[in-house]
Design a protein around this ligand. Structure first.
Ligand code: DGY
Length: 325
């Protein structure tokens, strides 16, 4: 049909193939980099759908430019990069990719936890530098997991999957959530819902899984970091701005906490000054959902959401159902 779709980054071809079957024009950003805001602005005119990345700012001005736009399919579960309110006002449907990246992101949180608490990156650097001169009783000592306390900030799908994986280490689990109590965690792990202050004070490992909103921006700042044990580790695979990154740099520098594992940054892809120089932090380039299987499922899901909207059907993963009316 004569639909016109723009995809802001190359994605697995399974998604593109679905779009091509149904739409006359499917154009993909040919560059191996994100588009600038101005480039995206120039691309949206005349498009019926755009398939966007979490790194694309999709604001009201851009939507004004896209007069025929019917759907913004964000290639992520998080959609804080999209002005959903503006989209709803304009009757544009916004979709995301929930569920399919839950396990890969929970795995990533554990990968960061292991990397920082068992000092794997430091060890790798030392070994490559030819400084491994033999086994030593006091070399690169980290922390144990067994029986420790895991604090989950935001016990939604990913937070729950992260916590469930702690069974292997018989951990005590605390969690916070802005919605109802998490029956799965309570029944299967004996997890306890607590307030943020208790979680920060009591946990040995804290993993952030809350979405970014005005309520959660800088949820973890200097005061919150000061409540953590100085032997505790902080992991963030959610959104960078949930942590005040400058405050985190100070806390890590002053050894107020033992370490951090970060997959996301406040001003992604830029890092706050000083962060990259620290040895008690492991830094990943937003790899939470980066497995072949997951990224393929996300591509299919985003494409199917687009096709549903263009077919005047309800997409499976609509974040603003009000726009459907
Ligand atoms: C998402 O989908 O929001 C994740 O951050 C991707 O890794």
């Amino acid at each position: 049909m004569s639909f016109n779709v723009y995809v802001t980054r190359q994605i697995p071809e399974e998604g593109i193939n679905i779009l091509k079957k149904f739409c006359q024009t499917v154009e993909v950003n040919p560059h191996d980099r994100p588009l600038t805001y101005d480039e995206l602005f120039r691309q949206v005119k005349g498009r019926d759908a755009i398939l966007t990345m979490l790194s694309d700012r999709v604001d009201a001005a851009l939507m004004n430019e896209a007069k025929s736009l019917k759907v913004i399919a964000n290639y992520a579960v998080g959609y804080d990069n999209v002005d959903v309110k503006a989209a709803t006002t304009k009757g544009i449907i916004v979709t995301n990719t929930p569920g399919v990246l839950t396990d890969s992101t929970a795995d990533m949180a554990w990968a960061l936890l292991f990397s920082i608490a068992r000092r794997i990156v430091e060890g790798d650097k030392l070994t490559r530098a030819g400084k491994f001169i033999g086994w030593a009783p006091l070399m690169l000592l980290g922390g144990d997991f067994i029986g420790k306390t895991l604090g989950i900030i935001g016990a939604g799908r990913i937070g729950t999957a992260m916590a469930m994986r702690s069974r292997g280490w018989y951990m005590k689990v605390f969690y916070t959530t802005h919605s109802n109590r998490n029956a799965v965690l309570e029944e299967m792990l004996g997890a306890k819902r607590v307030d943020l202050e208790t979680l920060l004070k009591e946990s040995d490992f804290i993993s952030i899984h809350t979405s970014l909103s005005e309520k959660t921006r800088h949820l973890i700042g200097a005061k919150e970091l000061s409540l953590m044990k100085n032997t505790a580790y902080l992991i963030n695979t959610a959104r960078g701005a949930v942590i005040d990154e400058a405050a985190l740099v100070n806390a890590l520098k002053n050894r107020q906490i033992a370490g951090a594992g970060l997959d996301v940054y406040e001003e992604e892809p830029r890092l706050k000054p000083g962060l990259a120089e620290l040895d008690n932090v492991v830094l990943a380039p937003h790899l939470g959902s980066a497995t072949i299987e997951t990224r393929t499922k996300m591509a299919v899901m985003a494409a199917e959401n687009i096709i549903a909207v263009l077919n005047k059907q309800k997409p499976k993963n609509c974040v603003n159902p009000e726009a459907l009316t």
